[in-house]
Design a protein around this ligand. Sequence first.
Ligand code: PHE
Length: 343
Amino acid sequence: MIEKIKALLEEVSNFTTESMDEVEAFRIRMLSKKGEIPSLFKDFKSVDPSERKEVGRQLNILKQKATERLSSLKTRLEEEALAKKLEGRKPDTTMPAGFNPIGGRHPLSVVRNRINSIFERIGFVISEGPEIEDDWHNFSALNFPEEHPARDMQDTFFVSKDPDIALRTHTSSVQVRVMETQKPPIRTISPGRVFRNEAISARAHCIFHQVEGLYIDQGVSFADMKQCLLYFAREMFGKDTRIRLRPSFFPFTEPSAEMDVSCNICGGPGCPICKYSGWIEVMGCGMVDPNVLENCGIDSKKYSGYAFGMGIERIAMNIYQIKDLRMFFENDLRFLRQFKSAI
Ligand code: PHE
């Protein structure tokens, strides 16, 4: 039996062909039910027990080699046949291209990019800073009195007490850093994520995004600020947009104002979006308080400036008529896909 196995092994390793039919014939002769190898397995019963171990081993090797040989020949022949079929064929450039679904930008990024580019066009430079801030940059340098309610745990997420380290509550902190390190004229906007300890609702979230602006030079006036913000409002909401400034208060600006834009939906007479007032509140602004300039090492006798700050979510809600702010943070694809074409 050993002899027979050896002979077949040799045959298997020498076997080669260019024809698929011969491969099949060889398979039938060797491995089919009544083929050489299964017959040997059948005869195995009659092998002398002392030889069984060795014969069994050789038999298994034979079966494995035959299977491998057949499958490698088959693969080679199939590949050659395919290559032959494709030979001389040119790619068909008229075939429709494969469809690759593309992603889209998040609506908050779309609106932030638009705000940035509107200000960049008139010379503002983007500056960024840390989201975890110390008390000085977020509050003290900005003229917040020691007992100001914003410093309360209720409004601010503190990371540590003494030293006071907190998640920044506005990106005005970045502007302090800019004033400390640069000399006027300064023209900068700081987009970024901010954090406030607020209950989450359709109109408020504990994380949101701002763009704040700062302009400092000699002889900067409230009228300059008004003109700059009118330009912004018209670029952002449409060329017929009007603005109005209402007196307000911020510790870091004096005088301070709240800016409204005429409702871009109804144009003024009133609708559900502007709650029938004709106006939509978009940002806080004002002339930088001289104390803030001095805190940052800028001579307040020589220089003056204005600052403004807006929430990106609020503007995006207005532009796209989104009723619930939470949608920006839920990553629901049905919502996000609607902004696919926005850039
Ligand atoms: N920092 C203010 C806020 O977060 C916005 C603001 C910026 C107001 C600059 C006036 C001037 O609400």
